[in-house]
Design a protein around this ligand. Structure first.
Ligand SMILES: [Zn+2]
Length: 338
């Protein structure tokens, strides 16, 4: 087989090597992050008394570089409102402290879904840890020099699974679709989405308190292409990953204080899934159908403020990439003129 140029086949390193590398890289980046004077620790600044808050903001602006717009107190207020709105949305949907793989995909931007569909096709379970954590390795797009990425997933039903009934396939299927916390070592997750995961209480490992003021000030989207691939695969529970999950639970049932296990190069082959499906999520249809139906039934008796709320919801869906601009215009027209 001549597949040298195929980026699916670059997962040649021993899992332990890649895991150590990622761990070290994360430590370095976290250190740099702690020193970064341009980081906007929004909640912290909002806690400060006015003169101190002004000073802190000045410091952020000074260190941000001149290419960026200078932030004002009004920007901070706007950012804070975004965070409050996002928190409300999470609580309203009962997403707190954990989120299911399907909900992660539903809240992801269409652009990340597309990148995942086009570029990321291999998932491997590489390391089993206590507290319900499995580290997965995916291929990288190779555009930025990386050969792989590591997505860490903490299964929140782990403790219950250790004491539950026999581990059947049905049991595993439900478990793999259950609530998780997650993390990815890529820049997209770090700079766009880790803050959102922290707001929702489902960030695994490193938390992020710096508001993504430059890259994602609207706080839209949720998962990078690597996380999307892992979550999509988990939700479909293919046998290669199901076996790893089963092994994970069985290992800690026997001894909850068991040490972590990293698979060898040879072992990991058995826990490798190659995704062949194309469409992870077609843009929006289900949600748009729901909203359209809602508008159709309700628009006539809706008060003006309810219509405004519905418009805001549409705007939110558009920003999250769940509906296209065309869909947005069609739906909002109906809403405004019925
Ligand atoms: Zn990633």
């Amino acid at each position: 087989m001549n597949n040298k140029n195929n980026n699916e086949n670059v997962l040649n390193n021993a899992p332990s090597r890649d895991f150590k590398y990622t761990k070290k890289l994360n430590e370095q980046l976290n250190k740099a992050r702690a020193k970064a004077k341009s980081a906007l620790n929004l909640a912290h600044i909002l806690d400060l008394k006015k003169p101190l808050a002004e000073k802190a903001l000045q410091e952020v602006n000074l260190n941000q570089g001149q290419l960026y717009t200078q932030l004002t107190q009004a920007d901070l207020k706007r950012f804070a409102q975004k965070v409050i709105a996002l928190k409300k949305d999470f609580t309203g949907r009962k997403i707190q402290g954990g989120i299911t793989p399907n909900a992660i995909i539903a809240r992801s931007r269409q652009i990340d879904i597309k990148r995942c569909q086009d570029e990321i096709h291999t998932v491997q379970a590489i390391r089993l840890e206590k507290d319900g954590v499995i580290h997965f390795r995916t291929n990288a797009s190779k555009k930025y020099g990386a050969t792989h990425h590591i997505v860490s997933v903490q299964f929140l039903n782990f403790q219950a699974a250790l004491t539950a009934e026999k581990i059947t396939n049905d049991f595993l299927n439900a478990y793999m679709k259950g609530a998780v916390k997650f993390d990815c070592d890529c820049g997209r997750h770090r700079f766009w989405y880790r803050y959102i995961a922290t707001v929702g209480g489902f960030a695994y490992g490193t938390l992020e308190t710096a508001f993504p003021k430059v890259r994602n000030p609207e706080l839209t989207g949720l998962a990078c292409k690597h996380v999307i691939r892992v979550m999509h695969t988990l939700a479909r529970n293919p046998s290669a990953l199901r076996q790893a999950v089963k092994m994970h639970i069985a290992r800690y049932r026997k001894d909850p204080n068991q040490v972590a296990k990293t698979f060898t190069k040879k072992q990991v082959q058995q826990h490798t899934h190659k995704a062949t499906d194309k469409a992870i999520r077609k843009p929006n249809e289900r949600m748009l159908r729901e909203v359209s139906l809602f508008i159709k039934e309700k628009a006539k008796q809706m008060s003006l403020s309810t219509r405004e709320k519905a418009m805001a919801k549409l705007g939110f869906m558009l920003a999250r990439g769940e509906i296209t601009a065309k869909d947005f215009h069609a739906a909002s027209k109906k809403l405004l003129w019925k």
